[in-house]
Design a protein around this ligand. Structure first.
Ligand code: PMV
Length: 322
């Protein structure tokens, strides 16, 4: 008999960044990180358990071979003796362009799999599974503000997300400026390894991360946007400096990304708007600000972007039958 469940998860954007692995097979991070789960953007994943043959669909098309094999490998990791499945997944935002589609994707898949296979797992155990699909996915099971602890166990069982505060704690906005929808040139695992092996700044980056997470966590608890913005920008540009000093250099920015950064800093300096920049492994620029300033932030980025999205704190991943 087949069983169908659908899970929904939101992407998250790191406020204090994850870049670097201490164990690749288990996907264990070299640094802790802190994130905000976003509403508006979502991955919906429908999983039918017990079909005749494996099939994976992405946005109503047969999924590319690499995507299909990652999804099926993950399902077999969670349930080694699993039956064939059909996975249909939809993102309502660009896939693989630095907008964290792998975070929401693997969080939704982990939750759907646990539900379809009737696994009795805690949120922490689910998060540790999601982590093995994509590191940032370990943070997307929860809503609001989430810390991913590095953990100490060799098997990675204590390297999972933990909610710092839920989505109702602090109403902020993350304004996403879509500079380019081109897929990223170098994937995050390859990029992280390149940085670890070749960047002279990598050690400093790793050494400062835990303190940044402490500062960021306290800023979230205090609802102190300036303190959070400062540590977020610092973490962002330390990570990008580490990328830029890798051999060959990892340059995820596009000219429009730099134009957006400058527009936001000008808004902050000239007009006193508390708006703070972050970027990940792609050209999109994301800006943290108060709800009342979000329109002004979006307007400042508009000349340099294809689209802007104003997103607030999102809720946890959820699952339903059917
Ligand atoms: O989880 P991954 O492999 O997609 O790596 C995410 C890395 C960054 O997005 C650059 C930073 C982060 O903490 O999300």
């Amino acid at each position: 008999m087949t069983r169908t469940v659908t899970a929904t998860a939101h992407p998250n954007i790191a406020l204090v960044k994850y870049w670097g692995k201490r164990d690749i097979p288990l996907n264990l991070p070299a640094v802790p990180s802190l994130s905000l789960t976003l509403d508006g953007f979502a991955t919906n994943t429908q999983l039918t358990w017990g079909t005749v043959a494996d099939e994976v669909w992405l946005n109503d098309q047969p999924a590319p071979a690499k995507f299909t094999s990652k999804v099926l490998k993950f399902l077999s990791l969670m349930v080694p003796d699993r039956p064939p499945v059909v996975v249909r997944t939809w993102n309502n935002f660009p896939t693989g362009a630095g907008l964290a589609s792998s975070a929401s994707g693997f969080a939704a898949l982990a939750l759907a799999t646990a539900s379809a296979a009737e696994l009795d797992l805690s949120m922490e155990q689910l998060s540790a599974f999601a982590r093995q699909g994509s590191g940032s996915a370990s943070r997307s099971l929860w809503g609001g503000y989430v810390r991913w602890n590095m953990g100490e166990q060799l098997d990675g069982s204590d390297s999972h997300g933990e909610q710092v505060a839920d989505e109702s704690h602090w109403d902020l906005r993350m304004v996403v400026g879509v500079v380019s929808e081109e897929k990223k040139a170098v994937g995050s695992t390859e990029g992280m390894e390149r940085s670890r092996l070749t960047s002279a700044l990598y050690r400093t980056w790793v050494d400062q991360a835990a303190a940044d997470v402490v500062v960021g966590t306290q800023a979230v608890l205090d609802r102190d946007l300036e303190a959070l913005g400062r540590v977020m920008e610092s973490s962002t540009f330390k990570m990008h400096a580490t990328m830029h000093t890798s051999q060959p250099p990892l340059q995820y920015w596009a000219p429009g990304s730099v134009a957006c950064q400058r527009a936001i800093w000008e808004l902050r300096e000239r007009r006193g708007v508390s708006a703070w920049v972050t970027m990940d492994a792609g050209p999109q620029v994301k800006v943290l600000c108060k709800p009342d300033d979000a329109e002004e932030v979006a307007l400042a980025m508009a000349p340099h972007t294809q689209a802007t999205h104003i997103l607030g704190p999102g809720g946890p991943a959820v699952v339903r039958e059917g």
